[in-house]
Design a protein. Structure first.
Lengths: 419, 309
């Protein structure tokens, strides 16, 4: 029994670490969106602020990328859902010998690296365009057209998997009955099979849109001139970080959480209704007798979430009034630290000058100079050094440009060595 | 003859209208979207870097030059091999294998717990809590790791505050951030196949093994892992392929001195503008991934049919 306890203990530690790894980055990123520091960080907390959300909303490139992503996402849904549906139906009607080959062909876009899909789509349509002598602005060279096709190549396979899962529970006898009763093929398809597949269509559409929306690897090749949201984000992150990206992450995480909760609530309600029908022994049995009461816990959950969101929002808005004051305070604090440091530096130098006049310089000067190195990596203090260095009577022995390398942290050491 | 029979059967079953739509859609997807682009890319990788008006002229010949470049480098190269690109390639494959192994190690216990230990509600909650991070954009996830591992990120600040080290450690240059970010990105794709496999295992088998006196590690080794092997292989395949083909995370988290092979391909397309060579590199990546996956399957004695759910 004790070994069991030990195992439970270790598993507990492991589970905490695992979920820390899973959620830690997202939590830290979300918190950094509310810190006024211009580098996204949590630890030196400066001021609670909502300014990064405002900056995000005013970013024209991001908004344009968002529009492109929406357009592409909707087109991908329109292409991938029908293709996936056709692919899944085809799988049920194909001979055994061809089936595994066919399945390999349509499943492989999921496994092929997205980069390869993007490149192959780009090259194929470019070459085709050149062969038929298409003009430069024509459809075959259109970024959005290529991106939709490139993404739909593998997203259709996702949709197909969703449809296959649903089709496995379809009883073909239903369709045969419809045909026997005089329905045409098209009628049997639209009146029997399609209604049965409707829930799968919903999930496939959502899946397709989300997959398209967050795709980067394929899009970056097929869309040579048009930027989607992920491409704008990637270039922003690569060439300079600021917390407005964290703000976007907060919004996306919030939407995901809300989506997950709504999905879970709907699923539970469906399960409860189904259970009720089963209990009543009716195929179309009446809904649960006291839905208001039964749904209470979920409603409470949603309410709590809304309250939390509203609370955070109000805090941010309310803090908008004193954020400026807070920032001014922080600025003053920084200035004070700088001044204090400058003062220390000046004293140190004066002391060293006196020392130099009295005794041999190098050996004793070294350990004293060591103390300012303690926080030499703080970017502020180098700036203040140069400020204090200017009025100094003893200019460093660098004739060409005395302050040219004043930002070099080795500077002080050099000076003290030379003197 | 067989084909004609099949078509006759297919069109009587579906009717002319529906049958043509189905056939057309599937043909478009398979041929125009999947097979032809791959073949064009393969063909293009054997060509010289020409301007569009030179296509089809005498200059437009098939050549192995692009593949030779990957092996031997440019003619000005004095080394016997193109160590730079081959090194990037090798590093990418090895790092992707490492990330896959790491993900397998951290995901197996959670998958087992979710499948066999956790009760209904808790298990459901765990599944949801795994999905939420996965739907956050790939780039934002990489960005989060950049915040954490940056020179003034939370790890460096905490470490220095605690006095563990006194200068910021450059996690980005050391590629720690990259490996952490890549492992993070595909956790879900490792967990779910394993979870599905273990969940379908009859719990009675575990109890029987326990009743017969088997210690817990032997139950895993002799009962669960052999049973879940298709799921494990499927998870490893997906994680390996996605890691080796990742582009965003290496671009954001990669150190300045180390490249990922996909970044090299990206450079060839967008900076060097040498598409045929880029195609050749992409094709080599594709083939290498497929070969490694097939080797893994041979190693674990799993067939392709078992993997495809």
């Amino acid at each position: 029994m004790t070994s069991r306890g030990v195992m439970k203990f270790f598993f507990g530690i492991y589970a905490v670490m695992f979920f820390g790894y899973l959620f830690g980055p997202l939590i830290i990123m979300s918190i950094s969106a509310f810190n006024s520091s211009s580098y996204p960080r949590v630890t030196p907390w400066e001021c609670l602020t909502g300014e990064w959300f405002v900056k995000l909303a005013n970013d024209a490139r991001l908004v344009e990328g968002l529009q492109n992503s929406f357009l592409i996402g909707i087109c991908v849904v329109l292409v991938a859902v029908p293709l996936g549906l056709a692919g899944a139906i085809m799988l049920t009607q194909i001979g055994n010998r061809v089936r595994s080959f066919y399945y390999t062909v349509v499943i492989c876009p999921i496994l092929v690296p997205g980069v390869v899909l993007g490149i192959s789509t780009l090259i194929f349509w470019r070459r085709l365009g050149n062969m038929v002598g298409a003009e430069d602005g024509s459809l075959l060279f259109n970024d959005i057209f290529l991106t939709v096709l490139g993404q739909a190549t593998f997203i259709s396979a996702y949709c197909m998997l969703v449809f296959i899962a649903r089709l496995q529970r379809f009883d073909p006898v239903q369709e045969e009955a419809a045909l026997d009763l005089g329905a045409t093929n098209v009628q049997a398809f639209t009146k029997v099979l399609l209604p049965f597949l409707k829930p799968a269509m919903g999930s496939a559409a959502v899946l397709a849109f989300l997959a398209s929306f967050e795709n980067y690897n394929t899009t970056v090749f097929t869309s040579q001139a048009t930027s989607t949201l992920t491409m704008v984000l990637a270039s922003k992150v690569r060439y300079g970080i600021d917390p407005s990206i964290s703000a976007l992450a907060v919004i996306i995480i919030g939407l995901t959480l809300a989506g997950a909760i709504i999905y879970e609530v709907l699923r539970r309600r469906e399960a409860r209704i189904a259970a009720q029908r089963l209990a009543d022994g009716l195929p179309g049995g009446k809904p649960a007798p006291k839905p208001g009461f039964g749904a209470l816990p979920q409603m409470a959950g949603i309410m709590i979430l809304l309250v939390v969101v509203a609370g955070v929002a109000t805090t941010v808005v309310a803090s908008g009034y004193n954020a400026e004051a807070c920032k001014a305070e922080i600025m003053q604090e920084k200035l004070r630290i700088q001044e204090k440091f400058a003062e220390e530096q000046r004293k140190l130098r004066e002391e060293r000058m006196k020392q130099q006049q009295n005794e041999a310089p190098a050996a004793p000067a070294q350990p004293k100079a060591a103390s300012p190195f303690g926080n030499v990596f703080d970017p502020n203090n180098l700036g203040s050094q140069s400020g204090t260095a200017k009025p100094e009577p003893e200019a460093p022995a660098k004739p060409a440009s005395p302050f040219g390398n004043v930002f070099d942290p080795n500077n002080l050491k050099q000076q003290s060595g030379e003197q | 003859m067989l084909l004609v029979n099949y078509f006759r059967w297919f069109f009587t079953k579906n009717g002319l209208v529906l049958g043509s739509i189905l056939m057309g859609a599937v043909a478009f997807w398979c041929i125009v979207m999947i097979i032809l682009p791959q073949m064009f890319m393969l063909d293009y990788s054997f060509r010289l870097n020409l301007a569009p008006h030179e296509y089809g002229t005498a200059k437009d010949v098939l050549t192995l030059e692009n593949y030779e470049y990957l092996l031997y480098g440019s003619s000005a190269n004095t080394d016997s091999f193109n160590f730079q690109d081959l090194g990037v390639f090798w590093r990418t494959i090895v790092a992707a294998l490492f990330v896959t192994a790491f993900d397998l190690a951290i995901c197996y216990p959670i998958a087992f717990y979710m499948a066999k230990v956790a009760q209904g509600g808790l298990s459901r909650l765990l599944v949801l809590s795994l999905i939420v991070p996965y739907w956050v954009n790939e780039i934002l996830r990489a960005f989060a790791f950049r915040i954490i591992f940056g020179a003034s990120g939370i790890i460096n600040e905490t470490g220095m505050d605690l006095g563990l080290w006194d200068q910021p450690i450059d996690f980005i240059r050391a590629d720690v951030a990259l490996y952490a970010g890549l492992s993070y990105a595909y956790i879900l794709l490792m967990i779910f196949p394993i979870y599905n496999a273990i969940e379908s295992l009859d719990t009675n088998q575990l109890e029987a093994a326990r009743d017969l006196g088997s210690p817990w590690w032997r139950i895993h080794w002799r009962v669960i892992i052999p049973y879940a092997k298709p799921g494990i292989t499927s998870g490893c395949t997906m994680v390996f392929m996605l890691t080796a083909g990742a582009l965003a995370a290496p671009q954001i988290l990669g150190g300045p001195s180390s490249l990922w092979f996909t970044q090299r391909v990206y450079e060839l397309f967008n900076k060097a503008i040498h598409w045929p060579r880029g195609s050749a590199y992409a094709f080599v990546l594709l083939v290498a991934c497929i070969v490694i996956v097939l080797l893994l399957m041979r190693l674990f004695k799993v067939r392709l049919g078992e993997i495809a759910r």
